[in-house]
Write a protein of this length. Structure first.
Ligand code: FAD
Length: 448
């Protein structure tokens, strides 16, 4: 095993692997040190009732050009998310269905929501991509939470609860935990709220045949033995000559290091020379969201016959966002969904059986009594993953982006930072992870 390289990369998620590929293409030697016994990080494969599933990241939208290009180059095809039929909205214990993108809310709530979404998109577009903290209103927006914004600006119950469902679904955090500026920055980096939550033309438009988890696996293949698994990085030391990276598999040395893990994990590494206050402060203030991804399999996609798309959202059930994940040949029915925010923290503690029952009860409310008879169940609790400690993404409360945001991408001596949290486009998504890997690699190449 080589113990010295031009660049050591911490983390074999999409960001780390992309950085490694960019550097090796440019003739640099790399070693990728990964704590887990697999590559892929927040993408992960699984199986239910004979079907391959993504237990982590899975969808891709037409705007996510980097991810689409990466997958195409690796020979991984995409196919459309099933989006035919009516959607279910379960609110205040009552179920309604609707067609298209306009939820079944009372008219005053819809008008208010429409105004709010337009305003969010308008304000998001005023943020400078590389430095949202310099926006004219950045301090004001970073001075309040999304929840306080909702309470000050939305009056109808319907608009309030829909905004909260959306916040939870997109960030896996409660709106009280999110800075309004960070919320706007997320919208900017992902185009608009409609794009973030949309299926047709949005971020949930397509899936990868065989699973998104295959992208990282295929990216790692040409790197061969330079990817070292089960090698958690415990400490990084650096001086004018280079860096020493200490792992459970011994020490490695390099000229430069890219830490390609989320800030909450980067914080657990010991830096022999303490990081500058701004960088250390940032990593103390970017907690991961909380999510459990659930798959429930049936003999058939019975909801399709009832004219339903398999999509559901709820303000009451913990299993509150659901999509149709059935195979293209309809040989089985498969629903996928998320338990997020506070619900994930609560249900992480109750055990598999209680979680399973909770999810099935919710599906019965959304899709009828046939949902009570699944043939298989699978859940992936990301809060329990030692090397993710939550998902989808590190989030920011008020006062963080304006005061510490500048440290997201700023190198510290020989250490550079990657990972989807550092992306300026598609922050939080697989596409953003790829962008961050390329950016960090190019920073190092530019140093010569
Ligand atoms: C349930 C779920 C659903 C999602 N859905 C989507 C989706 O539909 N579309 C989409 O685009 N995105 C989605 N995402 C988000 C997407 O998966 C992530 O944005 C992306 O995979 C992040 O990649 P990354 O390389 O930045 O970080 P990671 O994948 O987290 O990679 C970091 C790596 O660093 C390793 N590591 C951490 N600490 C150390 C250490 N000390 N030493 C060595 N290694 C270490 C970790 O094990 C990990 O492998 C989803 C995520 C989840 C969990």
């Amino acid at each position: 095993m080589d113990r010295n390289a031009d660049v050591i990369i911490v983390g074999a998620g999409l960001a780390g692997l992309k950085a490694a590929r960019r550097l090796t293409d440019a003739g640099q030697s790399v070693i990728v040190l990964e704590a887990r016994d697999r590559v892929g990080g927040r993408t992960k494969g699984g199986e239910i009732a004979g079907m391959a599933i993504d237990r982590g990241g899975q969808w891709v939208g037409p705007q996510q050009k980097r991810l689409l290009a990466e997958a195409a180059a690796l020979g991984i095809e995409t196919y459309k998310q099933y989006d035919t039929g009516r959607q279910v909205l379960h609110r205040k214990g009552r179920r309604s269905t609707y067609a298209g993108d306009t939820p079944s809310l009372p008219l005053p709530a819809l008008l208010e929501l429409d105004r709010a979404v337009k305003r969010w998109n308008r304000e998001a577009r005023t943020l400078p991509a590389e430095a949202p903290w310099t926006a004219l209103k950045a301090m004001d927006w970073d001075g309040e939470t999304l929840e306080s914004w909702i309470r000050r600006n939305l009056w109808t119950d319907g608009a309030r609860s829909f905004a909260r469902i959306v916040a939870r679904a997109v960030f896996c955090a409660e709106p009280e935990q999110l800075s309004y500026l960070f919320f706007l920055e997320y919208l900017r980096s992902g185009d608009s709220l409609e794009t973030l939550i949309g299926v047709e033309g949005g971020a949930q438009a397509e899936k990868f045949r065989g699973g998104a988890f295959r992208i990282a696996q295929k990216m790692a293949e040409p790197l061969g033995a330079s990817v070292v698994l089960e090698a958690p990085v415990r400490a990084i030391e650096q001086d004018e000559n280079g860096a020493v990276v200490r792992t459970d598999k011994g020490d490695f040395t390099a000229r430069y290091v890219i830490v390609a893990s989320p800030p909450a994990l980067a914080q657990r590494i010991h830096y022999a020379r303490p990081l500058p206050a701004r960088r250390d402060g940032l990593t103390q203030r970017m907690p991961m969201g909380s999510v459990i991804k659930v798959h429930v399999a049936y003999e058939t996609p019975f909801w399709r016959k009832a004219g339903l798309s398999g999509q559901a959202a709820s303000d009451a059930h913990a299993f509150n966002v659901v999509f149709d994940q059935s195979p293209e040949d309809e040989s089985r029915g498969l629903l996928v969904g998320f338990i997020d925010g506070d619900h994930a923290i609560e249900l992480s503690a109750v055990g598999d059986n209680a979680r399973r029952q909770h999810a099935i009860d919710a599906l019965v409310d959304y899709f009828g009594p046939q949902a009570a008879h699944p043939i298989a169940y699978d859940d992936q609790d990301w809060t329990a993953e030692e090397w993710s400690r939550g998902c989808y993404v590190g989030t920011m409360a008020p006062g963080v982006l304006t005061r510490f945001g500048i440290a997201l991408r700023e190198p510290v001596g020989r250490i550079h930072w990657a990972g989807t949290e550092t992306a300026t486009e598609w922050l939080g998504y697989m596409d953003g992870a790829l962008q961050s890997g390329v950016r960090a690699a190019e920073e190092i190449l530019a140093r010569g």
